[in-house]
Write a protein that binds this ligand. Structure first.
Ligand SMILES: N[C@@H](CCC(=O)N[C@@H](CS)C(=O)NCC(=O)O)C(=O)O
Length: 205
């Protein structure tokens, strides 16, 4: 059985998509069209009852949540060196970074478009939206000062952490944050845009 990744354009599923493409795995990618609310159809809710992407269908079942998918792909295809799976401490550091992106940075960004998750009050949505440039700037400052070793997040090894932060950095312009103020992230983005596998995945979206 070939694995299947359910993804949506311009979404966080790009991180898992990049990791699969770099892993050498045989997989197929199925687009979930948010403009048609396909993530809320019974067919997709049978794949992921949370109505979110990414979801990775494997021989043994379905995996959701980017940090889990990234860890799974990295451990299943260790030759791709997507994460330092042989070193428990370094693996925990990588998990710390990916968990920070999923639980804090992504959620900060979601306050721009998804305020309805937290409030029914349109004034509160607007208030949350206004805060996003400040919170996303603070998050990326934290990434640069406390996590990013350079030239890649984990140091010399290109990893799934880079793929994930690249994915979220794609949202900064829409969040009214100038990515150029983050030197390490900007250099990584330049390197990744020149990477043929990244280009192939971006064009397939
Ligand atoms: N914590 C989840 C977040 C998944 C998530 O929120 N995905 C968004 C796209 S970036 C989504 O599917 N949104 C659809 C919706 O809210 O209807 C992960 O990291 O995989």
């Amino acid at each position: 059985m070939t694995m299947t990744l359910f993804y949506a354009a311009n979404s966080c599923s790009l991180a898992s998509h990049l990791a699969l493409a770099h892993s050498g795995a045989t997989y197929s990618a199925r687009k979930v069209d948010f403009t048609k609310s396909e993530q809320r159809t019974p067919e997709y809710l049978a794949v992921n009852p949370k109505g979110r992407v990414p979801a990775l269908v494997t021989e043994r079942g379905i995996i959701t949540e980017n940090p889990a998918i990234l860890a799974y792909v990295a451990q299943r295809f260790p030759a791709a060196k997507l994460l330092p799976v042989d070193d428990v401490y370094l693996f925990a550091q990588a998990q710390s970074f990916n968990s920070y992106l999923a639980s804090t940075v992504h959620v900060a960004h979601a306050h721009r478009y998804r305020g309805a998750r937290w409030s029914d009050d349109p004034a509160a949505h607007e208030s949350m939206r206004r805060k996003v440039p400040e919170t996303m700037t603070a998050c990326f400052q934290q990434i640069e000062s406390d996590y990013f070793q350079g030239p890649f997040v984990l140091g010399d090894q290109y990893s799934a952490c880079d793929m994930y932060v690249f994915t979220i950095s794609q949202w900064l312009e829409g969040d009214e944050v100038d990515v150029n103020q983050f030197a390490k992230v900007s250099a990584l983005r330049k390197w990744m845009f020149a990477n043929p596998v990244v280009q192939q995945v971006l064009q397939s979206q």
